[in-house]
Design a protein around this ligand. Sequence first.
Ligand SMILES: NC(=O)C1=CN([C@@H]2O[C@H](COP(=O)(O)OP(=O)(O)OC[C@H]3O[C@@H](n4cnc5c(N)ncnc54)[C@H](OP(=O)(O)O)[C@@H]3O)[C@@H](O)[C@H]2O)C=CC1
Ligand SMILES: O=C1O[C@H](COP(=O)(O)O)[C@@H](O)[C@H](O)[C@H]1O
Length: 496
Amino acid sequence: MNTEQKPKAVIVIFGATGDLAKRKLFPSIYRLYRSKKIDADFAVVGVGRRPWTNDEFRSNISESIQSSIKKSSELEEFTSHFYYHPFDVTNPSSYLELKGILSDMDSKYQIPGNRMFYMAMAPEFFGTIARNLKKEGLTATEGWSRLVIEKPFGHDLPSAQLLNDEIREAFSEDQIYRIDHYLGKQMVQNIEVIRFSNALFESVWNNRYISNIQVTSSEVLGVEDRGRYYENSGALRDMVQNHLMQMVALLAMEPPIKLETDEIRSEKVKVMRALRPMTEKDVPDYFVRGQYGKGESEGTAVPGYREESNVDAESNTETYVAGKVMIDNFRWAGVPFYIRTGKRMAAKSTKIVVQFKDLPMNLYSNDVDSKHPNLLVIHIQPDEGITLHLNAKESGGGSYVKPIKLDYCSNCVDQFNTPEAYEKLIYDGLRGDATNFTHWDEVSLSWSYVDTISKAWESNKAEFPNYASGTMGPKAADELLEKDDFQWWPITDMVD
Ligand SMILES: NC(=O)C1=CN([C@@H]2O[C@H](COP(=O)(O)OP(=O)(O)OC[C@H]3O[C@@H](n4cnc5c(N)ncnc54)[C@H](OP(=O)(O)O)[C@@H]3O)[C@@H](O)[C@H]2O)C=CC1
Ligand SMILES: O=C1O[C@H](COP(=O)(O)O)[C@@H](O)[C@H](O)[C@H]1O
């Protein structure tokens, strides 16, 4: 991988007046600037329709940084690198003007024509923007041009294919950086390290020693003000198609030949190709959906999903998904990967639990209740770390066994150095490292898997709501594991 260590580029943010830019992108660029990861001579050009001046744009950026970073300084110097250019992206004639601004930035900051075009806008605009950038020569510079694309990448396989075809008219696959912000999370990136740098784990990472793997990403928040988007998405498209399937791929992939982008992506693609295909009729055997009703969230009474704004009073949209994903290859045959995600659950937590098989004969525990399987827990958020659940002798006489935990808390040690997911991904994009972005082959295979589920669900109405806000989801999700003689492991000490 040929990556620059201190990249120098003009970043163009389409959608610079929006929520994502304000909450995630500006603070991330600021952190990169403060840690001197990007060249001090950087420039950012923001695009939106609001008739803002540079000063208004800059004060919006200062606000965004002050509200998300406790100790901020050098804000005036930092924001002086930001420029605002208002235009409607559907208007082709405005791109020539933008081209002129970018050339001026190159001269002012001695940037060698490197461009990062960040699409922080609704996906319906991606194709138009990409086409106009190419048509008006904004990508024809001496340096590199990269297109960073936000989710959702399509609504299903046909729409994702259409979107991909549109952007591929202007950008090649190696210029496209599809964001999945979970791939920027510290502990998601740690999955490969835990697996491939520990003989202890890699030698038992297969169906001979692992009985099941559980991936949970639960949220306390409801749909908030995103009802319009969420009604067309649901938890399956919003979380499973991308974030959860990416974590499954990282857990299940074969060791890559080298730690290089193409090698890693190709191993993830092989996992997606090995996903057990389902017909619509099979879906109820493998997947469960849920929708939150009213209840209590962190001590406050909250409404059900159907009472949220911009949500149909009889909505069939799922706010919860649990599934059993089977990977039919040599390593994983017979090992269920259980996944679950939902809004308005009891806790905000993303965790992976790897449950190892019991010993063929246990000299210390005969009955089921006193047996404690070995577990490897990877804590993704809010705590970051690893816990290994083992058995050890209780102190004192006799040979009583008790379960013990070996804990490593990564964000206790590196609390102030853990980069935020977007910070990491923007930096990778600027360096030209696409490893933690999704390749089209992964995206398309994942859509094709998920499409069967959404078709099955769209063709019949669910009995919603089926879980109360503030709980861990519908009963059917527990039954999904019970029929295999498993159970969900708690994701915090307080819930489940
Ligand atoms: N917000 C978040 O936390 C997350 C967002 N995303 C994705 O990021 C993208 C942006 O989301 P978000 O920031 O929340 O959306 P917002 O609605 O807050 O912002 C949309 C942006 O697009 C601009 N815009 C809309 N139409 C035009 C147009 N015709 N010409 C020029 N600019 C236009 C708006 O500018 P103006 O109003 O000035 O016209 C605004 O800057 C979406 O794809 C979303 O799915 C993904 C993950 C998380
Ligand atoms: O992509 C999305 O992710 C968030 C959850 O992200 P996290 O980093 O807080 O776990 C989710 O709330 C949102 O609906 C979805 O679009």
